[in-house]
Design a protein around this ligand. Structure first.
Ligand code: NSP
Length: 250
């Protein structure tokens, strides 16, 4: 092999290696410097229980019991109404504690889409004959809403609150996007529901939230890291409880 050929193939190898390293670094920073990845590894069983719950899998394979879907719809409307003040409290915490103005923009975008979400629930409620007013929150929903209320307290800092916020959104995004994959048998009349949280734009928004969380975790003390991880695990447990409740398991 000619000297200059050898040199150029070595250069190529070097460039490929650098490219690989860069994309690994990129992936890591997308995951928040590895802390989130560590949590995902540590709690992967619970995480996949929340993402691949039988409720979601039954939408995906077309065997969903419509009474479970209707129960979910009514209960989730109640949840989202409680979720709005929680997101507002995260926004206030970002305003007080974050130096990064982009955080506010991302959270504000999320609030704006919640306005849309409420209108969607009303439309969907009338499509499925689900009366959204006058239904009582079931136990799992009450517990979840109480958890949100605790997170709204002034003693809970921004890092812990935004971690919970990201996890709540990410579980829905990952779950519903499973129902949109090729080869699934999601019923046509449930496609809009799955699109709402499973679409790419919502995915990008969850990525933005994850980046914020990653940045905050990298700078957090041991105590905050522990509390944020606790909040992450609590969200996963509440999400599993919420799906169970939707399936009629009280
Ligand atoms: C229970 C629950 N978790 C998450 C989401 C998504 N905002 C929701 N609507 N409901």
């Amino acid at each position: 092999m000619a000297w200059n050929q050898k040199f150029s193939s070595l250069g190529k190898l070097e460039a490929e290696k650098r490219k690989e390293m860069e994309s690994a670094e990129e992936a890591e920073s997308r995951n928040g410097g590895g802390i989130i990845q560590t949590w995902l590894n540590r709690h992967h069983l619970l995480y996949s229980k929340a993402i691949k719950h039988p409720f979601i899998l039954s939408i995906r394979d077309g065997t969903i019991d419509i009474s479970s879907f209707k129960r979910w719809l009514g209960q989730d409307y109640i949840f989202v109404r409680e979720f709005i003040p929680f997101v507002a409290s995260v926004l206030v915490k970002a305003w007080r504690e974050s130096e990064d103005g982009l955080d506010i923009e991302v959270i504000l975008g999320g609030m704006a889409s919640l306005n849309d979400e409420i209108s969607w629930f009303k439309k969907e409620g009338s499509k499925w004959d689900v009366l959204l007013y006058g239904i009582s929150p079931q136990k799992a929903n009450q517990d979840y809403c109480r958890f949100l209320e605790r997170l709204m307290g002034s003693e809970v800092g921004y890092t812990v609150a935004i971690t919970a916020f990201w996890a709540i959104e990410a579980v829905y995004q990952e779950s519903f996007s499973l129902c949109l994959q090729n080869g699934t048998r999601t019923p046509a009349e449930l496609m809009e529901t799955c699109q709402r949280w499973g679409n790419n734009e919502f995915g990008q928004y969850c990525q933005s939230l994850q980046k914020i969380v990653g940045r905050r975790l990298e700078k957090a003390s041991e105590d905050i890291l522990r509390k944020a991880e606790e909040a992450f695990v609590c969200v996963l447990n509440h999400e599993v409880g919420f799906w169970d409740m939707s399936c009629g398991e009280l």
